[in-house]
Unconditional design. Structure first.
Ligand SMILES: [Ca+2]
Ligand SMILES: [Ca+2]
Ligand SMILES: [Ca+2]
Ligand SMILES: [Ca+2]
Length: 149
């Protein structure tokens, strides 16, 4: 008499990790990824990115998690904070640029320091390129003569 052997219990990784294994009489089958995982038997099953999942929380403490229409998860800084969502810094004038430059400044312009910290200038215009935004540059065109004169 032959008895069935449960490959799902007795073989480590009979199916790709985190996928469903179904024992059958004399054999076994591999099914879909388990709930909360995406992928397939050949590519592997990986944790589904989710704002609710504790194992996947890439957002800054001052950011919130956003699920895009295509299922991607992104982070956005909360109101009063600016940055790329993974790193957020205080944004006093709420124009989307932080009061101080953030470590992500090489990759995202919204991590660069606001060139006019207390005046909203979401365009960061700086006609004379001296690093002081037009909105608070006493000599916006850099010709040596103050705006008021
Ligand atoms: Ca700002
Ligand atoms: Ca500003
Ligand atoms: Ca300037
Ligand atoms: Ca001037």
């Amino acid at each position: 008499e032959c008895s069935d052997f449960d490959e799902c219990l007795d073989l480590a990784n009979a199916c790709t990790p985190n996928s469903i294994c179904i024992n059958t009489i004399g054999s076994y089958r591999c099914g879909q990824c388990k709930v909360g995982y995406v992928g397939n038997q050949t590519a592997g099953c990986f944790p589904r990115k989710s704002c609710a999942s504790l194992s996947f929380n890439p957002c800054d403490g001052n950011a919130h998690c956003v699920i895009q229409r295509n299922g991607d998860v992104t982070c956005a800084c909360n109101v009063g904070w600016a940055g790329n969502g993974h790193t957020c810094g205080k944004d006093t004038d709420i124009d989307g640029y932080p009061d101080r430059s953030l470590p992500c400044m090489d990759n995202d312009k919204h991590c660069k320091q606001d060139n006019c910290v207390f005046t909203p200038n979401s365009g960061q215009e700086d006609a004379d390129n001296d690093g002081i935004g037009d909105q608070c540059d006493e000599d916006a065109d850099g010709d040596g003569i103050k705006n008021v004169e």
